[in-house]
Design a protein around this ligand. Structure first.
Ligand SMILES: O=C(O)[C@H]1O[C@H](OP(=O)(O)OP(=O)(O)OC[C@H]2O[C@@H](n3ccc(=O)[nH]c3=O)[C@H](O)[C@@H]2O)[C@H](O)[C@@H](O)[C@@H]1O
Length: 487
């Protein structure tokens, strides 16, 4: 009690009502007048009415409140998390979650359908690679829970369509952001995930010049958010497999790119954030004993692909007759990419999950020994000039592209990529088998179907053995795999 108040014979009383704090001064030893009683009652009633109105109009805010107080964080921690969230999360991720029905759905989706199945949290599950991996995991009986923030980097409706596709196979994809640490904690409280397949990221090489901060928020802060929860909150810790990128090789000129080559000269901020991710992975493995595998994807393409990628928007432009711009390296050579078909990449992702090994740390901060820290190229091992990719599309679509050839602008692009996949082949039998002709055939079929186009696709193109490489191409692939395995 304040000394001056005591001296005046006054005391302070606190009333808590419906979350509102009322302060009342009472004159000690004096009779409180009837009018002040009336005023007090009116104030209490008005407060209760306001609380009732707030509850009625803003149930979503209240339903989220458990995440700010009930996930084991203290008041200060919750406030810090809250401000962290508002800084980093996209507004579209401000989702409503919680409640018994929601928890039941989460558990159902994450439950393996077969004995010995793994339980995987897939971030970026409504993305291109995320959707295909989630479908493949579910198809073999594993438990899968997805999350995605459905941002508008490219058409969110395509992401919603992928979400519906997954829902049809029993996979729930939550509207949630990886920077929402409290939600991640909640999910690990509900489910003992054995693995995290972390694919959520800000993708795209050239867009990094336009929106640098989104790359930092997703690829650096978001990655740390996932590692933090896995290292310090999950019990037991899961093994983590995450998406790095072929772009980490940057200005490296040794080919084919091997995991042992230099990756300290990134050409774009995108590449730099992926390289930073690999360094951050080292730290979390070293300190907390997290089992971490980084996968360097090489220009992955296929059905349900990304509209921001060249093969996708070139297809659209060829169909509509709009011009396309082809980049040529400064030395006059066509840009080349080791285009890798989605089904091959999915096999690589599942192989990496299955061989990831266990994390060795615990919530208490102690680790029982070193945990696996791995990085693998997942490419096709046969780079193709972008002009050739366009020629295949022209043949498939039966229409010539309106081409404009320019010198590659200095916007983070690299002139070529070429993967050596010998480590992935050795450790989990990774062997890409899909030629660019066959893979683009699948893509065009999907594209025409998805956008309900009335196109007369030339029959001749259908012969190209889509998806099933001919025996000669099989032999060629085998030889290539053997060559890269011995290099
Ligand atoms: O492998 C990777 O690590 C990366 O692959 C792709 O990046 P990129 O290979 O640049 O794929 P696209 O943007 O589809 O470009 C493919 C090729 O087309 C060329 N291109 C692109 C755009 C264009 O207008 N014209 C053009 O000739 C590029 O120079 C490049 O050689 C993805 O967009 C990245 O998210 C991924 O991490």
């Amino acid at each position: 009690m304040p000394a001056d108040a005591a001296a005046k014979g006054m005391k302070l009383e606190r009333y808590a009502s419906g979350g509102a704090m009322l302060l009342r001064r009472v004159a000690s030893g004096k009779i409180v007048s009837a009018s002040s009683h009336l005023l007090f009652r009116a104030t209490v009633l008005a407060t209760l009415a306001l609380v009732f109105l707030f509850t009625f109009h803003y149930p979503s805010l209240l339903s989220r409140s458990f995440t700010l107080s009930g996930a084991g964080a203290g008041e200060g921690g919750a406030a810090a998390h809250a401000s962290h969230r508002s800084l980093l999360m996209s507004s579209s991720a401000a989702s409503v979650y919680g409640g018994a029905a929601w928890e039941k759905e989460v558990r159902r989706s994450a439950k393996p359908r077969k004995d010995g199945g793994i339980t995987v949290l897939v971030t970026g599950a409504a993305g291109f690679v995320g959707t295909h991996c989630s479908l493949a995991l579910r198809a073999r009986g594993d438990g899968v829970l997805g999350l995605d923030n459905f941002n508008s980097y490219y058409d969110p409706e395509l992401k919603r369509a992928r979400q519906r596709l997954l829902a049809g196979r029993g996979v729930l994809v939550l509207d949630a952001d990886i920077n929402d640490a409290l939600l991640l904690e909640k999910l690990f409280d509900l489910v003992s995930f054995t693995h995290v397949l972390h694919l959520a990221a800000q993708a795209g090489v050239r867009y990094a010049m336009e929106a640098p901060q989104t790359y930092v928020a997703s690829n650096v802060a978001g990655l740390v958010s996932v590692f933090e929860v896995a290292a310090k909150h999950a019990d037991p810790q899961p093994a983590i497999v995450w998406a790095s990128s072929s772009s980490v090789y940057g200005l490296n000129t040794d080919a084919p790119f091997s995991e042992d080559h230099r990756t300290d000269r990134p050409a774009s901020l995108y590449a730099a954030t992926k390289k930073a991710g690999e360094a951050i992975a080292h730290t979390y493995n070293h300190i907390y004993g997290l089992s971490i595998t980084g996968l360097r994807f090489f220009t992955v393409y296929g059905p349900w692909g990304r509209p921001d990628m060249a093969y996708f928007f070139f297809t659209k432009s060829i169909i509509s007759g709009e011009p396309i711009t082809l980049f040529r390296a400064a030395d006059g050579a066509d840009a080349r990419r080791d285009f890798t078909y989605i089904d091959d990449v999915v096999k690589g992702c599942l192989g990496a999950l299955d061989t990831s090994g266990k994390s060795t740390g615990s919530k208490s901060g102690k680790k029982s020994g070193p945990a696996p820290l791995r990085v693998y190229n997942l490419g096709n091992t046969s780079p193709v000039p972008v002009t050739r990719m366009v020629a295949i599309l022209e043949k498939l679509l039966g229409k010539k592209a309106n081409k404009r050839i320019v010198t590659m602008p200095s916007n983070g692009d690299v002139p070529f990529t070429h993967a050596n996949v010998s480590h992935a082949a050795h450790d989990f039998g990774y062997r890409p088998t899909t030629s660019l002709d066959a893979g683009l055939r699948h893509f065009v079929d999907w594209f025409v179907d998805y956008y309900k186009l009335k196109l007369d696709i030339p029959k001749i193109a259908k012969v190209a053995g889509a998806g099933k490489p001919s025996s000669s191409s099989k032999k060629k692939k085998k030889a290539a795999a053997a060559m890269s395995a011995s290099s």
